[in-house]
Design a protein around this ligand. Structure first.
Ligand SMILES: *[C@@H]1O[C@H](CO)[C@@H](O)[C@H](O)[C@H]1NC(C)=O
Length: 459
């Protein structure tokens, strides 16, 4: 009798506790404070919020300086049979440098960059650069759906040049026509670098939400991979009423460390218990090889950038060849981990040298490699215990899971963070730089996701 009573009371207490925890959780709304990232103290007068057209430009001085540095590069032979296993292969690097020096035309690529309208506007003391593409035509009585697409490291807004026409001029009449905004993360490409410490994903998210408001959008969609996925996730957490839907092609597990550890320990034996599909098991195990060894082998850059970005970055800021090797090595391994066993890193299987070097040139001419690397330091220095990392996302979410992504995220993990997961697509092919590598596949998945969200809103 007494034990039953105690049991009932105990159960009641547990239920009440759980209810309190959940209630508390649902009440926590992530907030961001306005920052000031300009030089010196924040001025008293209100900020100039004008939007200025911007054009990418170059000079013969800039190109001559580049050529001089390319001519002065000191080559150093790779080990025999080492391919890309020791880093960027020197034989292939010579080929890239020769193409860069003799065949690549920065002027031509600048024209290509300017084929879409660029703008700059000041937010929180720094100039924010973005590309803004409106559809050329719209069906009678329809409106374009605004979508912000955010790049990561070591990418740029240029990653989206292949997908922009697919989304702004869709071929099927059933498709949604988008209006696309691609900003440069502060400190990347043509966005000014923050002058103060502490600029992380949440700060970028706050600024990008402000940018969308300034452009007159009350409601919009956001999409991102790499840092772009963290930033757009944070945007959705900060402004769940403005962000109508969130689409990511990178979803590192952000919650439930215990569940993750348990599922990694026992998931291979009891996949059903942890909601793993056969595919999940194939992608995740053996964990020693897939997670531990791979992580150690492939994340050295992250440790450098999260600790002393300004030191290694200085060399890259001086040497275009060093910069290209550092950036393009990632376009090899992150597109396909097996590419490290190829003499040319498989780079031209998925990309053209023109496109790859254009991305490098965006870093080179804007001198932004150091500030881009600092983003890792700001991200890791605050620790893993950030509020946004613990909070779920309540905005409708779509996840495109590319098979060669750095880390596989099973649906059962993704649901832990994204409570309103509308689509989770196992993509047919592609890796980390999905927008650039497989624009068609990514565009289809974005279309599918936004259609589902729009339909459910109409009801
Ligand atoms: C840093 O990035 C990781 C991976 O996206 C994320 O889980 C973590 O919350 C970030 N930390 C901060 C301070 O934004």
């Amino acid at each position: 009798m007494y034990t039953e009573l105690a049991l009932a009371l105990g159960l009641g207490a547990v239920v009440a506790l759980v209810a309190v925890i959940f209630q508390k959780k649902s009440k926590i709304v992530l907030e961001a404070q306005d920052g000031w990232w300009g030089v010196g103290a924040c001025p008293q007068e209100p900020e100039d919020d004008s939007i200025r057209p911007f054009k990418v430009e170059t000079t013969s001085g800039e190109i001559e300086d580049l050529n001089l540095r390319l001519d002065q590069t000191r080559s150093f032979p790779s080990l025999e049979d080492s391919q890309f296993n020791y880093g960027f292969n020197s034989k292939y690097l010579e080929k890239v440098v020769s193409y860069w020096r003799n065949d690549f035309s920065w002027r031509k690529q600048v024209d290509k960059l300017n084929k879409y309208p660029h703008f700059k506007t000041k937010i929180e003391g720094i100039d924010i650069h973005y590309v803004h593409v409106k559809p050329k035509r719209l069906a009678e009585g329809t409106r374009a759906v605004p979508l912000m697409m955010v790049h990561g490291w070591p990418g740029s807004f240029y990653e989206f040049y292949g997908i922009i026409p697919l989304l702004t001029e869709p071929s099927s009449p059933d498709d949604i026509t988008f209006e696309i905004i691609c900003p440069s993360i502060p400190g990347y490409g043509f966005s000014e670098a923050p002058h103060k410490k502490g600029f992380d994903g949440l700060c970028a998210a706050h600024i990008f939400n402000k940018l969308m408001k300034r452009l007159g959008f009350d409601q919009y969609y956001v999409q991102g991979g790499d840092w772009g996925s963290l930033i757009t996730t944070n945007m959705a957490q900060l402004e769940p009423n403005a962000v109508k839907g969130l689409h990511v092609n990178f979803a590192p597990p952000g919650k439930g460390a215990l569940l993750m550890i348990m599922s990694l320990l026992f998931g291979r034996r009891f996949p059903k218990l942890f909601g793993f599909t056969e595919y999940d098991v194939k992608q995740l195990f053996p964990i020693m090889e897939k997670l531990v060894v791979d992580s150690i082998r492939e994340t050295g850059y992250m440790h450098i950038q999260a600790t002393k970005p300004d030191t290694a970055g200085r060399a890259l800021n001086d040497s275009p060849v060093g910069l290209a090797a550092y950036i393009l090595e990632k376009f090899s391994t992150w597109t396909d981990n097996e590419f490290k066993n190829l003499d040319d890193g498989g780079l031209e299987r998925k990309f053209s040298l023109d496109d790859l070097l254009t991305n490098v040139m965006i870093y080179w001419t804007s001198r932004s490699i150091i500030s881009s690397m600092r983003f890792y330091k700001e991200n890791f220095s605050k620790g893993m215990n950030q509020l946004h990392a613990k909070l779920p996302v309540y905005v409708p979410t779509g996840v495109a899971c590319f098979p060669n992504e750095l880390k596989h995220s099973p649906k059962s993990w993704v649901e832990q963070k994204y409570y309103k997961l509308k689509t989770y697509t196992q993509m047919a092919r592609g890796g980390h730089f999905a927008a650039m590598e497989e624009p068609q596949l990514l565009a289809e998945d974005v279309q599918n996701f936004v259609k589902i969200v729009e339909k459910s809103k109409k009801k």
